[in-house]
Design a protein around this ligand. Sequence first.
Ligand code: RIB
Length: 303
Amino acid sequence: MKILNFGSLNIDHVYHVDHFVKPGETIPARSFELFPGGKGLNQSVALAKAGAAVYHAGKLGHDGGMLKEILEKSGVNTDYLESTDEVSGHAIIQVSNTGENSIIIYGGSNRTITGEYVDRVLGDFGPDDMVLMQNEINCIDYIARKCYEKGMKIAFNPSPLDEGLLKTFPFELVTLFLVNEIEGHGLTGKSEPDEILDAFMEKYPDSAVVLTLGSRGAVYRDRHTTYCHGTYEVKVVDTTAAGDTFTGYFLSSLSSGLGIPECLKRASAASSLAVSRKGASSSIPTPVEVDEALKTLKYKEFK
Ligand code: RIB
């Protein structure tokens, strides 16, 4: 199975701060670093590192050389990437002393996707393939409809969730949702994990959902079954791209034929490692590191 990730590519401007800046306040940053990022790019890197055959489609800006480079270095196929005269998408990320983040994104070239480009890319994919999307590029409702017509499986990480997405996206076409608690709440109106999962099954009975719950773990549910998995004990340095790492490892494990419990286990170990490191795509571990973590890190039961 080929995995086509139609997704964003961002240059992340990361500032380490003592606390997140408040309205009207000016604060000094303790450090500044540039990293390749974007939910799309991060998920492609995680997929490729985990061993999947992943093709990234999306639009780079004139300043996007480093983004293409990291994809290629990680083993992502970039044949479908296109460049534009726009500025690349970018993110302004504050990281606090406890590793939490606060992010502003500017879409830039990520928002120059056209129907003609989508049709051209999809010409090479069919019913044996899967498309993955997030909500950081334009045209995702068109991509979802076209992929569904072609019989492709659709994995969707509706992040960041916004009003526009809720109004226009054809959620009923999704094969597998990958959501955190905030997205789960936004899509169902429910707050408790079990209620969120029940509401998903009621609204989208033909879909499966993975709900990630941060340090508590993750739950998979489809109409037949539910599986839960905890996390692994690490010192939290930077939570950026933890969800992207989870998504990439989960889907890669799934596409290689592993059962859901094993997919959850590998994705949880990979994202635990990612939060113990700085940066977005640069924090994503290799499968060897994940194997090692599974042997050495202390497992924390699902709560
Ligand atoms: O999920 C983390 C990503 O969100 C960052 O890399 C940033 O670019 C934003 O898109």
